[in-house]
Design a protein around this ligand. Structure first.
Ligand code: G
Ligand code: G
Ligand code: NA
Ligand code: MN
Length: 253
């Protein structure tokens, strides 16, 4: 709860930041997009990782405020990069399961896109498998309304939850991200390779972009290319970077 009030103060003073990790198209090597990841540097407590403060935000009812802040910050950054001539095709923002139950979320996204003059496809929202487990009617309505706006909808950490493949087909997804636990074991684990191959196949058949996370080695990259994976993300390409460093990274390639 101490962390909860520190978080409230941080949000009010705009001291939360987004870092951006590049996602690279497998065939062309071009930038496909970036994933925005929240970073909180507290003057006394130091760096607090999202795995910790997102749970706090959920418990203290601040998760909607963080999600809305992330969406607006991403929009502001897209406009800033554009005016610097830095072309980032799409920015993916992580939102918590609880946020997708809020019926006003699509209207909030629509308002931000209009306010910042951003084409909808330049924004993607990432949901986790727990959202898919949620049979909540409001959640389904929200997901469909977000897709209707033309914003991308990505299933994060796929393969770690308990969702069924039939449920996957019933969601209006544009993208699946295969969890990094599968990529980590790709070279040595036949099961990880079988799951990765199957998800790439199903995703492609369903017209979704398949992104693999946690790509760290050239061997993993080569293997994923041979499996026709669309997009790769991981330390092999870059860690998450502050906005200026992302510009530098793009120029240096
Ligand atoms: O960047 P890092 O590995 O520490 O991220 C840890 C987790 O926190 C990831 O699963 C990521 O999806 C999540 N995360 C990062 N930023 C945000 C955010 O702004 N909102 C939500 N809901 N989750 C986030
Ligand atoms: O759950 P989500 O996929 O949103 O989490 C992304 C997290 O994974 C971020 O915290 C990011 O720092 C981390 N990450 C990104 N690339 C790599 C990688 O290549 N290896 C590892 N171990 N972590 C990564
Ligand atoms: Na992820
Ligand atoms: Mn994510």
């Amino acid at each position: 709860l101490l962390l909860g009030s520190a978080l409230r103060e941080t949000l009010e003073n705009g001291r939360l930041a987004l870092h951006y990790q590049p996602q690279v198209a497998a065939v062309s090597g071009q930038l496909y997009g970036v994933e925005a990841l929240s970073r909180w540097h507290h003057p006394h407590l130091g760096n607090i990782f999202p795995s910790r403060f997102i749970a706090v935000a959920e418990a203290t009812g601040q998760i909607e405020a963080i999600g809305t802040w992330s969406l607006e910050e991403a929009c502001r950054q897209i406009v800033a990069w554009d005016s610097d001539g830095i072309r980032v095709p799409t920015v993916a923002v992580n939102l918590s399961a609880g946020h997708f139950r809020k019926l006003q979320l699509p209207a909030t996204i629509d308002r931000l896109l209009k306010e910042y003059g951003i084409e909808p496809r330049r924004l993607t929202v990432e949901i986790t498998e727990s959202v898919m487990m949620d049979e909540n009617q409001d959640t389904m309505a929200v997901l469909h309304a977000i897709r209707t706006l033309g914003v991308g909808l990505s299933m994060d950490d796929f393969g770690t939850g308990f969702s069924s493949l039939s449920r996957l087909t019933r969601l209006p997804l544009t993208e699946i991200k295969i969890d990094r636990s599968f990529i980590m074991n790709l070279e040595h684990d036949a099961n990880a390779q079988a799951v990765t191959t199957a998800v790439i196949g199903i995703g492609s058949r369903l017209g979704m972009t398949v992104v693999t996370e946690g790509v760290e080695t050239e061997q993993q990259k080569a293997l994923l290319e041979s499996l026709h994976c669309d997009v790769m993300q991981g330390y092999l390409f870059s860690k998450p970077l502050p906005p200026d460093a992302l510009g530098q990274w793009l120029l240096s390639r």
